[in-house]
Design a protein around this ligand. Sequence first.
Ligand code: BG6
Length: 483
Amino acid sequence: MKFERKNFLWGGATSASQIEGAYNLNGKSLTLAEMRPFNPNLNRKSIEEINNYSKKEYEKSIENVNKLHYPKRYGIDFYHKYKEDIALFKEAGMKIFRMSISWSRIYPNGDENKPNQEGIEFYRKVFEECKKSGMEIMLTIQHYDIPYSIAKNYNGWSNKKVIDLYIKFAATIMEEYKDLVKYWLPFNEINVATLSPITGLGIFREDYKTEYEFLNASYQGLHNQFFAQAKVIELSKNISKNIKMGCMIANITTYASDCNPINILENLLTQQMNRYFYYDVVAKGIYPTYSKRYFRERKIEINITEEELKVIKENTVDYITFSYYMTSTVSKSNQDNNSGNLIIGGKNKFLNATEWGWQIDPIGLRITLNELWDRYQLPLFISENGIGVVEKLDANNTVNDNYRIDYLKEHFIQINEAILDGVDVFGYTMWTPIDVVSLSTNEMSKRYGLIYVDYDDYHNGNGKRYKKKSFSWFKKFIETNEF
Ligand code: BG6
């Protein structure tokens, strides 16, 4: 069986704070991501891991008075090993590399007048290396690594002043890299603003008196990001025709737990506010009517100006990208839940789950692609999908990761089916081509890569890269287009 679409952009995705390391080199400032430690007693099935770290603990981590280990300060040392890694990506046959740029390397405090030239030069070298290797780049402008200075001095994204700081940062890098980078995503998983406000917006629960105030601030922060994204799209039109602007949304496809209309309705309402709302704003340029009822009934008051709505309306995305890891179920009554990294949902007895409780659902990807295509009629791109597993090198210095090959193959087959359905899907970047530090649990032992990296949860190891069995499978698939 062959994959149907020619010139499909197959590749891999990463983010700066999960790979780079070099957290304090060449003018870079500290980010919130680098201030959360590894927790040896973590509960892998709890999404609280990422949210349950207090403002005080973040503050203490600056001096590391607790003597804890902060994995995202070290990543996999891509900062120094990028040439070797890009060579491996090329060897695997990747046509596109999705990565992000760290704001804290370019404007360490956010409000400097001039960018940090050492940061600018680092990314230029990485992009040039990708170009030399024949790979396109998909660049995320902000992927969960908000500079601490912006959280501390501005209270993160709930403050409208941060919009201008971000636009200055985005304008600088678009000018610098317009000839090197074609695909741009202003925010990673923009909907995480409301799912995990500390991660998506850099706002602390402790700064708000009540849960209600915190919720309100997270929707304000989300709106500020919607507007900032639209502004960046507007600006990009004057910077270069080469720039293609998309969005990135954590796609949360859910099914009703059964055919009881009460549960079907509950699932519809969940899909509206957990999923379609975000696509509607960035792809249709409107706040949908159902969201207005949702805000009214919860007394959520967002400061939105007419001018901001106009910019959002006039600057929608050229294409849609989304992450797809799992699906779950929804019911009106209490139900048995499964896990995820940023949201939990109901169990589905027809699906298997990973050790972290993520339910694997390749057919759900075909359903999702069809739904999004019907609804938005915009080119689609799967910007994250993959499986995290605890792995060890065997005696032959490899990992026999047949489960990953099956996972990828099953999802690729469903992408192919969606293409046969007529869906315009033009690329896929797996999470991840190489092992990285986990976003939610900060583990190194949760491995997603085609390439094994010899570091453990405490960054012990020699950092060497080893090809897993899936590396050869992927390479062959790219060469032959055969499943
Ligand atoms: C996505 C994020 O939500 O999930 C990535 O964009 C993240 O940054 C990925 O790494 C997998 O999650 P985790 O927690 O297993 O690393």
